[in-house]
Design a protein. Structure first.
Ligand SMILES: Nc1ncnc2c1ncn2[C@@H]1O[C@H](COP(=O)(O)OP(=O)(O)OP(=O)(O)O)[C@@H](O)[C@H]1O
Ligand SMILES: Cc1ncc(C[n+]2csc(CCOP(=O)(O)O)c2C)c(N)n1
Ligand SMILES: [Mg+2]
Ligand SMILES: [Mg+2]
Ligand SMILES: [Mg+2]
Length: 347
């Protein structure tokens, strides 16, 4: 069983609706964060719901000594959790840090990991309010729980995409995978301008969770579904398409590419498209928007110097994802089916 089948197998036993209702659960397993009634900030005339999410980083799965400095591990562990709050259109409030430490890590090593956690927490105004500490026999494990909130009834779920919507991303997919490749193959570094080396490595080591973009998409209206890209564009597209009962048609020619990404693809002869669709860890947002709202959304993003790209459209369907590409003679577009082949912890 793969990762997603395991989650569904383990949790199928389920719980009584009455229990979920009595504990205020509006949305349990299946989205970037759970939604629960209750509120921390009660603005005049506005009530909030809570958002809960947790994610783990494991040594030699999510990082190793070649790919990440200690402060990067802390920074990215929190950033990847904040990204799930961004994907709900929420505000991040609090974080709990659980760390399991093997013997060869000193107090000072872990202090540096915490420096990275605090750097990210201060940047995104999140309060660290607790955690747990254990020893670990072999690998370092860092698990962070984040609690956030969103105006009641307005969280951006995966299940709201509608035929006719435009598919949008708030950034360029594939840069983290290219950065990882570069970190694992330093022999390519001299072939790339220093500014591109720096920015691809940074995309992998210190991703910037798109909380402002998520808030803007929520408040402008017209955004029907949203996800963050942890496992790759293809995997996240299938998740929205399945949850919404629609088909996604991505247009290869509309997928944005940066200069650094494109140059690095050329010099390594790696497939840019593979990095974009299946690389993962980009922590950009992927969603769908009513086409009538898109011009205004684009304008609001531009005013704030934020990126948004329309990369395809939603059609009626049952969870299929297609990639539209020019045929080899560049004569007309052909559709090929793409599958949930992003990062999967169990295959
Ligand atoms: N072991 C588990 N037990 C219960 N629920 C789980 C478990 N693992 C994942 N889930 C739930 O399954 C859904 C999908 O989880 P997943 O981790 O794929 O989402 P994500 O956090 O957005 O992605 P990623 O972990 O790749 O960043 C979420 O609602 C999550 O809370
Ligand atoms: C050393 C090393 N090898 C491979 C990778 C790639 N990788 C690991 S986990 C993941 C998906 C997100 O994880 P999750 O779904 O658990 O949030 C990806 C793309 C890496 N980061 N470091
Ligand atoms: Mg997510
Ligand atoms: Mg997760
Ligand atoms: Mg994942």
């Amino acid at each position: 069983m793969d990762e997603f089948s395991r989650i569904s197998y383990w949790t199928k036993e389920g719980q009584a609706k009455s229990l979920l209702e009595a504990t205020g659960v509006k949305l349990a397993i299946g989205d970037d964060a759970a939604i629960v009634s209750g509120a921390v900030r009660q603005d005049e005339g506005c009530s909030y719901e809570m958002l809960y999410t947790v994610d783990t980083m494991v040594e030699d799965i999510h990082f190793n000594t070649q790919t990440m400095q200690l402060d990067h591990i802390g920074y990215k562990a929190l950033a990847s959790n904040l990204s799930d709050i961004a994907a709900m259109g929420g505000i991040a409030l609090h974080a709990l840090i659980a760390i399991s430490v093997p013997g060869h890590y000193t107090e000072e090593h872990i202090k540096q990991i915490y420096h990275g956690i605090y750097q990210c927490a201060n940047q995104y105004e999140v309060a660290i309010v607790g955690g747990d500490t254990t020893a670990s026999p072999h690998s370092l494990v860092l698990t962070i729980t984040v609690i956030g909130q969103v105006e009641a009834g307005t969280a951006l779920r995966r299940s709201g995409a509608k035929p006719g919507d435009l598919i949008v991303t708030t950034g360029i997919a594939g840069r983290s995978a290219a950065g990882l490749h570069l970190l694992l193959h330093p022999e390519f570094e001299p072939q790339l301008a220093a500014k591109h080396v720096q920015s691809l490595k940074q995309a992998h080591q210190m991703p910037q969770p798109q909380l402002d973009q998520g808030r803007l998409l929520r408040s402008l209206g017209g955004c029907h579904a949203l996800n963050d890209v942890s496992d790759g564009l293809a995997s996240e597209a299938v998740e929205i398409a399945e949850a919404s009962g629609v088909a996604f048609v991505l247009d290869e020619q509309l997928l944005p590419v940066s200069e650094g990404l494109s140059q690095y693809g050329s010099c390594t002869k790696q497939s840019l498209l593979d990095w974009m669709l299946y690389g993962g860890e980009d922590y950009i947002l992927l969603g769908t928007i009513d086409p009538q709202c898109y011009e205004q959304v684009k304008e609001q993003f531009a005013q704030r110097h934020m990126q948004i790209y329309a990369i395809g459209k939603v059609e009626p369907g049952k969870g299929e994802v297609w990639l539209e590409r020019m045929d080899s003679r560049m004569a007309h577009k052909q559709r090929e089916r793409i599958y949930k082949r992003g990062y999967n912890h169990f295959t």
